[in-house]
Design a protein around this ligand. Structure first.
Ligand code: IFM
Length: 446
């Protein structure tokens, strides 16, 4: 174990960008500033959905503490901050009536970044869907994609010229499959039909949003796709086929539609009879050209055939690699795999790692926050990045997840991903050893 992040960071060139990431619902506090209800506020109230019924009503109170939080970003030496806009904060009641407090909050936040020399990397949607749309079917409905395009226009009119880079959707797999097939996230639906529809409409929303942003002449637009490395459970043909299907659902559905304008055949077979009519007419919109591509990477899954699993015929299990506090195996080879594969889909685009990090049971009551396992996690993934960069791969930047311990969705506040500890009863921030390691390594860059 090391206390330093120097080794691989110093191998990366001066123009390689280092940043840190958060998202609106996970940190802001939806009770503040006349923010509207999102489907997470409602999901968290349902029994058994979220650990402890925790919600994001207070979260890290970033709505009030944004200045000192941005100071933390700057003082660590990060040159970019990946944040998201909250749709229900900007449009709490309907698609037209703008919340002046929401506009003022993001004005302050963006100006605060620029004053500190931090590039704003914005995401338009990091899962806080206005509850009013969820009540009408949410991402299972084409209308939601159209509303998203209108919301994009609002963001561009107010903030577009100050945003260095923008991605429409964070992790479309989580918005669709995780939330509509597994039902682990809001809205908690479990249906193959809902999954198929949401997997298409979230991609349509991406494409429509890119079109709107282009019409505002923005020239640094990308996508943020989460990737999970799929490894067959054994050497059987069934395991190989199941792994291919898992990879199609989780990873290639999003790559292939965005970069090729097609969906993987084996997933279309799974969705037979469930895809929206005439979906094929939307593929050209989904394939709108981008300026960069982003990958969020955390872990791998072993794919085990299981005939008792309806529809898909497999289950995902964990192997015996060391695990994070989420129970996720630490498998940096998957990052190498996806970076290489992305160069095949998007050979000309700069590639950012838009999220990478780990949950650890950091407990301030033990008197220290020596999260050496997190430093190791970062090092093991930065090593892969520095290796690929040395081989000439067009890697442009890396964002650590996350600046702060925050609301970890269905796990509530029980899982801590931050490089800065948050005491949720006092909102006190305490930098962990990993924060100090970032600070030292970034200060030592050539
Ligand atoms: O906290 C999440 C984030 O919102 C999206 N990417 C994965 C993180 C860790 O689970």
């Amino acid at each position: 174990m090391s206390l330093s992040l120097d080794t691989h960071i110093q191998r990366l060139p001066k123009d390689f960008l280092f940043g840190v990431a958060t998202s609106s619902y996970q940190i802001e506090g939806s009770d503040f500033g006349n923010c509207g209800l999102s489907h997470w506020d409602e999901f968290a109230k349902q029994s058994g959905r979220v650990f402890n019924n925790d919600d994001g009503s207070i979260a890290c109170d970033h709505y009030h503490l944004w200045e000192s939080d941005l100071d933390l970003v700057r003082d660590a030496g990060f040159k970019a901050y990946r944040f998201s806009f909250s749709w229900p904060r900007l449009l709490p009641e309907n698609a037209k009536t703008v919340n002046p407090d929401g506009i003022a909050f993001y004005d302050r936040l963006i100006d605060g970044m620029l004053e500190r020399g931090i590039q704003p990397f914005a995401t338009l949607y990091h899962w806080d869907l206005p509850a009013r749309y969820a009540q009408k079917g949410g991402w299972q409905m084409r209308d939601t994609a159209n509303y998203f395009a209108d919301y994009t226009d609002l963001v561009m009119r107010h903030f577009g010229d100050r945003l260095f880079s923008i991605a429409p959707i964070n992790e479309p797999w989580c918005v669709s499959w995780l939330s509509h097939y597994w039902g682990h996230h809001a809205p908690g639906v479990q249906s193959i039909s809902a999954a198929a529809r949401s997997m298409h409409y979230i991609q349509l929303a991406h494409g429509l949003s890119i079109q709107v942003m282009r019409s505002h002449n923005h020239n640094y637009l990308g996508c943020v796709l989460n990737k999970e490395y799929a490894v067959p459970f054994d050497e059987t043909e069934e395991a190989a086929n199941s792994t291919h299907l898992f990879d199609g659902i989780y990873n290639r559905w999003f790559d292939e539609s965005i970069f090729n304008g097609t969906y993987p055949e084996e997933v279309l077979t799974l969705f037979d009879g469930h895809m929206p009519d005439n979906y094929i007419n939307d593929m050209a919109i989904i394939k709108e050209p981008l300026d960069w591509v982003g990958t969020n990477y955390y872990t791998r899954s072993l794919i085990q055939p299981d005939k008792s699993e309806p529809n898909i015929g497999f289950k995902c299990v964990r192997g015996n690699l060391p695990k994070t506090d989420m129970g996720w195996e630490i498998a940096p080879e998957g990052l190498t795999h996806f970076i290489k594969r992305t160069t095949h889909y998007a050979p000309d685009l700069p590639h950012y790692i838009t999220e990478n990090g780990m949950a650890a049971a950091d407990d301030i009551r033990q008197g220290n926050l020596h999260d050496l396992d997190r430093i190791d996690y970062f090092n093991s993934h930065l090593e892969r990045i520095a290796d690929l960069k040395a081989q000439g791969v067009h890697l442009a930047g890396y964002f650590a997840w996350s600046l702060l311990d925050n609301y970890e969705w269905a796990f509530g506040y029980a899982k801590r991903f931050g490089i800065v500890h948050v005491d949720f009863s006092t909102q006190k921030r305490t930098p962990k050893s990993s924060y100090l390691a970032w600070q030292n390594a970034l200060a030592n860059r050539p």
